[in-house]
Ligand binder design. Structure first.
Ligand code: NAP
Length: 308
């Protein structure tokens, strides 16, 4: 495949950045990949694994001269990063991000982007509960969706970033920012919150011993514990920055839960049966759409050996 960007800077070298690097190498679409991370430890691991052509010490050193700069840090850290790299951005370069929330990232990053540099926010709807540079793998984005939120970006810059995501194996869809944040609250953010809560409840419920929780945890609860192992900084930032949409969906979820609670209390089996028949049909629709490993961003099972 032809090179799409001569030089790509990856800032933050965790699951998403390292997977992008592996996938860019697989597709041959980046002339050179330069990476950096906050800690010396992460930089050393990335250098050892060799998924970047060069690992440098600072975000500015990575971004200088890059044709594409990808911000791959937690949502709450993106604004300060954009401010730091702004003076070195090359005219005509594109800055993008992979953050799970878009309104907050755009508000934090866009004011720092110099005139003549394109800003094209994006969000790959793929992930695992693993984090760090050892957790990435080239297939992470295969057949998954990357949502692109072009806002006012120039069409050619958006087309080029979209071509990169296609080369990484993803489907893409362009989306308006508020819609993105609402969709992600439904398919990813609230499901994570429910998993965190359920694991917390089980932990609180001391009458069920820890051994029993581990020993008898079949599919449902085990999946919750896997999802609840996701990176705490990332998920803290998601809820702090997608407050409006997550609170709206959480309100709807609570209402629905009360209806089911009443059906259970009143022994209304018909209601429960109809409800579960409806949800089963939704699951079948997801499988038919080829998104059957897990809901997007909801923690695809970790490949053996891919975790740190
Ligand atoms: P990760 O594996 O935890 O890696 C995060 C990277 O960001 C690390 O290199 C870390 O540096 C750096 N970092 C953390 N806090 C920072 C700060 N305050 N300032 C500067 N750098 C900081 O995370 P990830 O899963 O790749 O997620 C990265 C982004 O992708 C997040 O915005 C997340 O919302 C988004 N995303 C994640 C998923 C998912 O399922 N994981 C899916 C889609 C999108 P050190 O290692 O040096 O600490």
């Amino acid at each position: 495949m032809a090179v799409i960007y001569d030089r790509v800077a990856l800032i933050g070298l965790g699951l998403i950045a390292s997977s992008m690097a592996h996938a860019m190498r697989r597709a041959g679409v980046a002339g050179q990949i330069v990476g950096t991370a906050r800690s010396a430890e992460t930089r050393a691991v990335a250098a050892e694994l060799g998924f970047c052509d060069r690992v440098v010490e600072t975000a500015s050193a990575a971004a200088e001269g890059a044709d594409l700069v990808v911000l791959c840090v937690p949502v709450g850290a993106m604004g300060a990063l954009a401010r730091d790299i702004a003076p070195v951005l090359k005219p005509g370069a594109t800055v993008t991000d992979v953050g799970s929330v878009k309104r907050a990232v755009i508000e934090a990053v866009a004011p720092h982007i110099p005139v003549g540099v394109h800003f094209v926010p994006a969000h790959p709807m793929a992930g695992t509960e693993q984090s760090g540079p050892r957790s990435g793998f080239a297939e992470l984005f295969d057949n998954r969706w990357t949502l692109i939120v072009p806002e006012a970006a120039e069409a050619a810059a958006v087309d080029r970033l979209e071509a990169l995501w296609h080369a990484l194996g993803a489907h893409t869809e362009r989306m308006e920012v508020e819609h993105h944040d609402l969709v992600c609250a439904i398919v990813s953010h609230i499901p994570h919150l429910i998993a965190y809560t359920m694991v917390g409840v089980a932990d609180d419920f001391r009458r069920v011993s820890e051994q029993e929780v581990v020993k008898f945890s079949a599919g449902g609860f085990r999946d919750f514990t896997r999802i609840a192992a996701s990176d705490p900084s990332m998920w803290r930032d998601v809820f702090l920055t997608n407050k409006e949409a997550t609170l709206e969906i959480l309100g709807r979820f609570t209402e629905e839960l009360f209806v089911l609670q009443r059906a259970i209390r009143q022994g209304d089996g018909d209601h429960l049966f109809d409800y579960f028949t409806h949800t089963r049909a939704i699951r079948r629709g997801i499988i038919e759409a080829g998104q059957d490993t897990d809901a997007p961003d909801f923690g695809r099972s970790t490949k053996p050996g891919s975790g740190r």
